[in-house]
Design a binder for this molecule. Structure first.
Ligand code: PXG
Length: 297
């Protein structure tokens, strides 16, 4: 494995950052999770744009241009001979001292790891998963805006711990947690955006309800519009989900995964629904065809 750190490649054993890096000390930094499919990097520009937006929100100046960063991502994927995989792009505040003040960290670090990901068991993509509502609420946008993909993921991790605690042999499909915002509206899951189908329309919470604007979410919204499925970005409650005909999650790691049970209530007939399946097929076709080519073909 060849890991990119600030313009150089290191082996897995030698890829190290300072214990004084504020990314480590304070979760002070930003990141992206990106997929490569079929030798192409999916929606690289959108991920890099979101990284720069997250960085701007935390007053972090990324010490390279967007096109150069895109090139470094593609080169790292190529250096690791990956055709289908997962890329973690990280910009940390860089080494400083033990104080909070980021002015003590003059040089941000850019790290790119290209490897594999398998978030959910393969069979769950056809049979669907179960989710539960977490007691942990999503961060309030006026405290730490969920639109910022920062290295501080404790909010999500605390919710994910609730899920793994409830997961058991009796509940093998319970694999994700629903997070509400401070107003009690549905926000998203710990690492995925949420969609539901009702009355033939596709519904998902709006960014103003305090979510990450998922790259996969955006791709699925586009696919639904192309398919002539009405799309509604509107606040919703748990009740809307319980009464939905279908539900699914989207994320770079998760792709599109059906949800067939929420808080012990079956959704629709308890099977992945037709709109979900149609969009999954369209999504599979999109990722195979789109994206920045890594290799000369
Ligand atoms: N919401 C949150 C809180 C996320 O962390 C998404 C939505 C989906 O966004 P994208 O842009 O990926 O469609 C995410 C992304 C993991 C993992 O290892 C999590 C994500 C991405 C990749 C891996 O759990 N989350």
């Amino acid at each position: 494995m060849r890991i990119y750190i600030d313009g150089q490649y290191y082996s897995k054993e030698d890829a190290k950052v300072s214990v004084f890096d504020h990314g480590f000390l304070y979760g002070d930094g930003v990141f992206e999770g990106i997929r490569a499919y079929n030798g192409r990097v999916f929606r690289l520009k959108q991920h890099v744009d979101r990284l720069y937006e997250s960085a701007a929100a935390i007053h972090l100046s990324i010490p390279t241009s967007r096109p150069d960063l895109c090139r470094s991502v593609v080169e790292t994927v190529r250096a690791n001979e990956i055709r289908d995989g997962y890329i973690r792009l990280i910009v940390s505040r860089g080494p400083g001292d033990l104080g909070l003040d980021p002015r003590q960290c003059p040089t941000p670090s850019i790290i790119i790891i290209a490897g594999k990901i398998q978030l959910y068991p393969k069979e769950c993509y056809d049979s669907g998963i179960e989710i539960l509502t977490c007691a942990t609420r999503r961060n309030r946008p006026d405290a730490l805006n969920p639109a910022i993909k920062s290295l501080n993921y404790l909010n999500n991790i605390l919710a994910k711990i609730e899920v793994s605690t409830a997961h058991s042999e009796k509940k093998p499909r319970l694999l994700e947690g629903l997070m509400l915002n401070a107003d009690g509206k549905v926000a998203e899951c710990t690492g995925d955006n949420i969609f539901y189908v009702t009355g033939g329309g596709l519904h998902t919470p709006p960014p103003s309800d305090g979510i990450l604007r998922g790259v996969t979410r955006q791709a699925v919204l586009e696919l639904a519009r192309e398919a002539g499925i009405p799309v509604v970005e509107q606040s919703c409650t748990q009740l809307d989900l319980y009464a939905a005909e279908e539900c699914f999650l989207t994320g770079t790691g998760a792709e599109m995964i059906p949800v067939v049970q929420i808080d012990d209530r079956p959704i629709g007939d308890g099977q992945p629904g037709p709109v979900t399946q149609q969009l999954r097929a369209r999504f599979a076709a999109l990722v195979a065809a789109e994206g920045v080519r890594v290799y000369a073909e």
